[in-house]
Write a protein that binds this ligand. Structure first.
Ligand SMILES: C[S@@+](CC[C@H](N)C(=O)[O-])C[C@H]1O[C@@H](n2cnc3c(N)ncnc32)[C@H](O)[C@@H]1O
Length: 249
């Protein structure tokens, strides 16, 4: 069951009976400390204090803070968290079951450096303070491609990229993958207009191959996928230009 609320600090489970969905109880119990997961009002203290919060579980201040939006069952971010124990990771999704499943797996990480968050990414503005994120991953966001009028539902647009740029450190990176070429071109065009800079894959953190579940699915079907690593604008008043490149075909 997915949440629809955009305000991340409102309780998305409010008024829902555990009889409706078995994951509700796991979420409620998990958020009391049984699992590394957070949602609703419990998120409110953390904007601007994520590193401090995560350092309590990790035993040291994390070198970097990385967010994955649409983390699904956590395949990519669990591997990243295991590969980079000095860094802290947050996986965000709107689906009860996925958030619980990822938290159940994250519990076994030696460094306790991954927290699962139940929230809608439309609430990014409230969830993070300015310059708080070092890396952001969005792999295969829902393309809303079946009908032209649905494209307005896409998560990544000019407004979202503006918010994201504000939340990222100046050396931060945004790693985006999709199978939907029109969505890819649209995101690159918005990014270019806003002064984001495209960078070669593999020159920042994502040096390893992290293949997501959806990516494998599309590749198994022989379908093209597209990806880009983007750096936020240094000075939004003087946007540099960069070529729009199709990477995997
Ligand atoms: C198509 S799946 C891709 C999953 C995974 N990233 C991958 O590449 O295998 C999209 C994921 O994004 C989540 N999602 C969709 N809209 C979201 C939103 N507004 N905020 C957070 N997660 C969202 C879905 O629940 C789903 O897990």
């Amino acid at each position: 069951m997915p949440i629809r609320k955009h305000d991340p600090f409102k309780d998305p489970l409010e008024g829902l009976s555990s009889a409706v969905n078995p994951y509700l109880e796991l979420l409620r119990e998990g958020s009391k400390g049984a699992l590394p997961l957070l949602y609703g009002p419990a998120l409110a203290p953390y904007p601007g204090r994520w590193r401090e919060h995560l350092s309590q579980a990790m035993g040291h201040v994390p070198e970097e803070l990385i967010l994955e939006i649409g983390s699904h069952l956590g395949e990519v971010i669990l591997q990243m968290a295991a590969d980079h124990p000095q860094r802290a990771f947050l996986g965000l999704d709107i689906t009860f079951k996925r958030v619980v499943k990822m938290a159940q797996k994250a519990r076994h990480l030696t460094k306790s450096n991954l927290t699962s968050i139940l929230a809608n990414a439309q609430g990014l503005e409230q969830l993070f303070a300015a310059r708080e994120l070092d890396g952001v991953i969005i792999f295969f966001p829902d393309p809303w491609a079946k009908k032209q009028r649905q494209t307005k539902n896409r998560l990544i647009n000019a407004q979202f990229l503006t918010t994201l740029a504000n939340k990222m450190t100046s050396e931060g990176w945004f790693w985006f993958k999709t199978d939907c070429e029109p969505y890819f071109s649209e995101v690159l065009a918005h990014a270019k207009a806003l002064g984001w800079r495209e960078e070669s894959i593999g020159t920042s953190l994502p040096t390893q191959t992290y293949t997501s579940r959806f990516e494998r699915h599309f590749r198994d079907l022989g379908l093209a996928t597209y990806e880009s690593v983007l750096r936020p604008p240094q000075d939004p008043r003087t946007p540099p230009s960069f070529p729009s490149v199709k990477i995997n075909s």
